[in-house]
Design a protein around this ligand. Structure first.
Ligand SMILES: [Fe+2]
Length: 256
């Protein structure tokens, strides 16, 4: 039987061009299951198309991102920067009631189990495990340690939200942060806690404009990050044609 290969991705942010390339790579890499860590919509110009593609994948788990929440509900946009707020309002109008209802029922975090496969259960959350509904950002070891208290050793956690691919390892009570090696898997050692941020498909912010996602292969105990180029010019054109803020188009080419 083919090995389980679990694609874990998020922060698609309605970027159809990036999502299409990512899915092609996942298929050619032999992915068997899909897990989404949230923010399928918001910022870019193809929210409906990206949601339909996600439904078609029949993901084994999806959690709620902050944009999914703002767009799926009538929540007031207090404290938002004007670009983010106008993208939320625009996106609300592009979706059907059913889509918004689907977004609004997503859980903040969940545990993914694959019964009978020997895979240890793992957690997924958009922001942090300590206060998932507060949308905190894990940018350093302290924030990582706060979230990782909610993990048991050997139970991995995958997150997103910062749009910066990196991972944290906790051994005893010491936490270290790492960037992923290029084109090489990260080997998971027993009795340690790992928190993997899988980066962003549709709006990377680590200064590298390539989209990113991870594939977890439980049988080999490895997680690998993938980066990919896509047609940024087309995505930008669509943002401009939709009348979305210019800054949302510009940032894609800088990965900021
Ligand atoms: Fe996001």
């Amino acid at each position: 039987m083919a090995k389980d290969r679990i694609a874990i991705f998020g922060d698609v942010h309605a970027n159809l061009e990036a999502f299409t390339v990512a899915l092609d790579i996942m298929k050619s890499e032999g992915v068997t299951h899909y897990v989404c860590i949230g923010d399928i919509v918001g910022y870019n110009a193809n929210p409906k198309e990206c949601l339909d593609m996600l439904y078609d994948l029949q993901p084994i788990a999806v959690v709620r991102g902050n944009h999914d929440e703002y767009i799926g509900t009538e929540q007031e946009l207090i404290g938002f920067n004007p670009q983010a707020a106008s993208a939320v309002q625009w996106t609300r109008k592009q979706l059907k009631d059913d889509d918004r209802k689907w977004l609004s029922q997503l859980k903040y975090e969940t545990t993914v189990r694959r019964m009978g496969t020997g895979m240890p259960p793992f957690r997924i959350v958009h922001g942090t495990l300590d206060t998932p509904q507060a949308w905190g950002y894990i940018m350093n070891r302290l924030a990582a340690a706060n979230s990782m208290q909610y993990q048991t050793p050997n139970a991995l956690c995958f997150c997103g939200h910062t749009h910066i691919p990196m991972f944290f390892v906790m051994e005893d009570s010491n936490v270290e942060g790492f960037f992923y090696p290029e084109n090489e898997p990260v080997a998971i050692k027993p009795n340690m806690k790992y928190l993997f941020n899988v980066g962003s498909i549709g709006q990377p912010r680590d200064g590298d404009p390539r989209g990113g996602f991870a594939i977890y292969t439980p049988e080999d105990a490895v997680v690998q990050l993938y980066r990919f180029n896509y047609d940024i010019a087309t995505t930008q054109q669509k943002i401009r044609a939709a009348g979305l803020p210019e800054r949302l188009a510009e940032r894609l080419e800088y990965g900021r």
